[in-house]
Write a protein that binds this ligand. Structure first.
Ligand code: SF4
Length: 321
């Protein structure tokens, strides 16, 4: 009864913050009913399709920013591999491999506050090849942009830009002090104005409150974000947030359900921390999310694409091409 009302409220755009609290405090013993309700919404907009995304970390480490969760930040001592910007030829070669592996979208990421002129030039060259020759969908995550940079990316053929909000406006200063939540919002505004699709996610499990997560879900709705990567924090040794408590598998599912109910028609992606936090529920989560990263993350390993595909095919999902 409650779930039918929540489904109706979601579809009629009437879901409230009070309703969201109900979702986050849903009893674990009835989790399957919550999954079924969120799956109803997912099916309505995406049927049984799944989008596979493959990431490339085109520049690793060496970032001057102090995001406390990030292995690539200036305050991280995590032993990751660090390298400067890849040449466009190398990015294109990696995109070709991702295409062979059946990726729906190729996502290029660099560790940086914002891209330099050289980094912009290598990325835009690569985007031109990947979108016009390989005919793949592209996403770039290059940090804070000027409006002119957003326009150059659009001109090169980029169809989506990732710029995560990371956490709520209230909690943001506890997580990063070298740039602000508003710097991030400004970039989102520029990419939208330039006509590029928006991909904005967050990381749960960094000491935020339930209300912060609800606020984020409604911020994504207000900004009309097309694609929402839901990251479940994976604390890595050497980062200031190492030692934080993991998000439990059941909370991870409730969070995905919250974002599906608040943003029913949007691409909800289960992103970093899937394997570590959701454990045996990681594939159940795809009944709610319609999109996923496969083949690992920026500086952390994950399930291989072949392992993921095998399980998802058995579950009856089809892959978007
Ligand atoms: S700006 Fe990006 S790469 Fe740099 S520390 Fe923050 S999250 Fe990491």
């Amino acid at each position: 009864m409650i779930l039918t009302r929540l489904i109706d409220a979601s579809l009629e755009d009437k879901l409230t913050k009070e309703d969201s609290r109900l979702i986050l405090s849903w009893p674990d013993s009835d989790l399957d009913k919550l999954i079924d309700a969120a799956a109803y919404l997912r099916k309505k907009f995406y049927n049984n399709k799944i989008m596979l995304h493959i990431l490339l970390n085109a520049k690793s480490g060496l970032c001057p920013e102090d995001c406390k969760y990030c292995t690539q930040s200036s305050v991280s001592k995590a032993p990751i591999s660090k390298y400067q910007m890849m040449k466009s030829e190398e990015i294109c070669r990696r995109a070709e491999k991702a295409k062979e592996a059946g990726a729906y979208r190729f996502c290029m990421v660099i560790s940086s506050k914002g891209p330099s002129e050289y980094e912009m030039s290598e990325v835009t060259k690569a985007i031109r090849y990947i979108s016009s020759t390989l005919k793949m969908r592209t996403c770039a995550s290059l940090g804070i942009l000027t409006y002119q940079q957003a326009c150059s990316l659009k001109k090169s053929g980029l169809d989506r830009y990732n710029h995560n909000l990371e956490t709520s406006e209230r909690h943001f200063p506890n997580i990063c002090t070298t740039h602000s939540f508003h710097d991030r919002l400004r970039t989102v505004k520029y990419i939208k104005k330039a006509g590029i699709g928006s991909c904005c996610g967050f990381i749960a499990g960094m000491g935020e409150t339930e209300d912060d997560l609800i606020e984020l879900a409604f911020t994504m709705k207000r900004l009309n974000i097309e694609s929402i990567p839901v990251n479940l924090f994976n604390p890595i040794k050497g980062t200031p947030l190492y030692g934080s408590r993991s998000v439990s598998p059941t909370l991870g599912i409730k969070l995905l359900a919250l974002f599906r109910f608040v943003n029913p028609s949007k691409e909800i992606r289960i992103a970093g921390g899937r394997e570590r936090n959701l454990k045996s529920l990681q594939y159940e989560s795809l009944k709610i999310a319609n999109s996923m990263f496969t083949n690992g993350y920026l500086t952390a390993l994950g399930m291989s694409k072949d392992e993921d595909v095998q399980v998802l095919q058995k579950m009856g999902f089809e892959f978007s091409t």
